[in-house]
Design a protein around this ligand. Structure first.
Ligand code: IMP
Ligand code: MG
Length: 335
């Protein structure tokens, strides 16, 4: 078993879906595993020039790679069926590649009704929190209890152990973790490397931990996050910062260096991807929560100084496009 992990180091929507999709192009992976959350997630993926938004189904299906919804996830069977149909209607073969851990938990109609009344956290209202509540209260239903899911069920340990090369696709971000985020403004599943391991992974099999950030911060939910400055409205607009799942506006702020350092450290990140460089480049507005930064070169140097190599980062990828982790539109090169 060889394991690579992709996680978000901010508050979700860092571009994990794109990075996962990009890494799968190498053809080296036997499995792609979603390890936390449910259809509260929305991963935007450009595949063969076409835009897809996935919620529960791992990006492996785009490449005929076995795609596992792990035991750390919660599943809404009706929404899953919808997502399978949506992808299959665009020619993606889901049914032959999708696998579901039999011990993953189920989101019920009642969970959705309860979450639908949330005014306090600003949840995605997909039933995520109530499903995890019942899991830990030991009264939940599991995938093995749902006949419609039988064709997909597996023992995740049996599936992944042995001669496998696994890409773990995280959902949400480290600062939405119930222990590490700004509680109660958090999601209900753990979001870091530890959560990935809980899905049948031998910790010693971990090769790379890909930490994903955007060049600025975004957050969707009830806590005040965006400072009252015009520049953040411009970032929101140019960056098209609207939720892939709920369509809500994402609040914006500068990069939080302290939080990213801690997230890199606590998750053993050795590869850092900085997405959406193109957005700040278009506005020529750069900064961190510690202050404004003059120009792109200073910003890049700041990222390199702050986040590597003391913290174990071996490589930083700056990305300015929605398809790859490289740069396609950089006009001026660093001296
Ligand atoms: P829940 O996960 O639906 O319970 O929502 C809890 C908090 O996490 C809310 O602030 C949501 O907006 C946020 N959240 C949950 N999933 C995502 C995601 O995939 N991207 C960004 N924010 C998310
Ligand atoms: Mg998203």
């Amino acid at each position: 078993m060889i394991t690579d992990i992709v996680i978000g180091l901010q508050h979700g929507d860092e571009g994990k879906g794109k990075v996962t999709h990009h890494l799968l192009k190498s053809g080296q992976y036997t499995h792609c595993v979603r390890f936390n959350g449910g259809n509260n997630a929305g991963h935007t993926i450009i595949h063969n020039g076409k835009k897809f938004v996935t919620h529960s189904i791992p990006a492996g299906v785009f490449f005929g790679v076995k795609s596992v919804i792990g035991n750390g996830c919660v599943i809404d069977p009706a929404k899953l069926e919808e997502e399978i149909k949506y992808l299959e209607s665009h020619g993606i073969n889901v049914r032959d590649n999708l696998k579901i851990a039999k011990n993953a938990h189920i989101i019920t109609t009642l969970h959705k009704a309860q979450d639908g009344k949330d005014e306090r956290i600003g949840t995605t209202r997909t039933g995520n929190g109530p499903a995890y509540r019942d899991k830990y209260a030991r009264v939940g239903a599991r995938a093995a209890d749902i006949p419609e899911l039988y064709p997909f069920l597996i023992d995740i340990y049996e599936e992944l152990s042995g001669d496998s090369t696994i890409l773990m696709e995280g959902a949400q971000g480290f600062w939405l973790d119930p222990d590490w985020g700004d509680y109660p403004y958090v999601t209900s599943s753990h979001t870091g490397t530890a959560a990935a391991i809980q899905n049948g992974i031998n910790p010693r099999s971990i090769r790379n931990v890909w930490g994903i950030i955007k060049a600025y911060e975004t957050y969707v939910g009830k806590r005040p996050f965006q400072p009252e400055e015009k520049v953040f409205e411009r970032i929101q607009k140019v960056g098209q910062e609207f939720g892939a799942t709920t369509g809500r506006v994402r609040q914006c702020n500068w990069l939080n260096s302290r939080e990213i350092r801690q997230a890199i450290d606590m998750n053993g990140v050795n590869r850092l991807v900085v997405n959406k460089m193109d957005v700040l480049r278009e506005l020529d507005a750069w900064g961190t929560t510690e202050g404004r930064i003059h120009g792109e070169e200073h910003f890049r140097r700041h990222i390199e100084d702050q986040f590597s190599p003391r913290l174990g980062i071996e490589k930083i990828y700056f990305s300015d496009n929605p398809r790859t982790i490289g740069e396609e539109n950089r006009l001026t090169d660093a001296a």
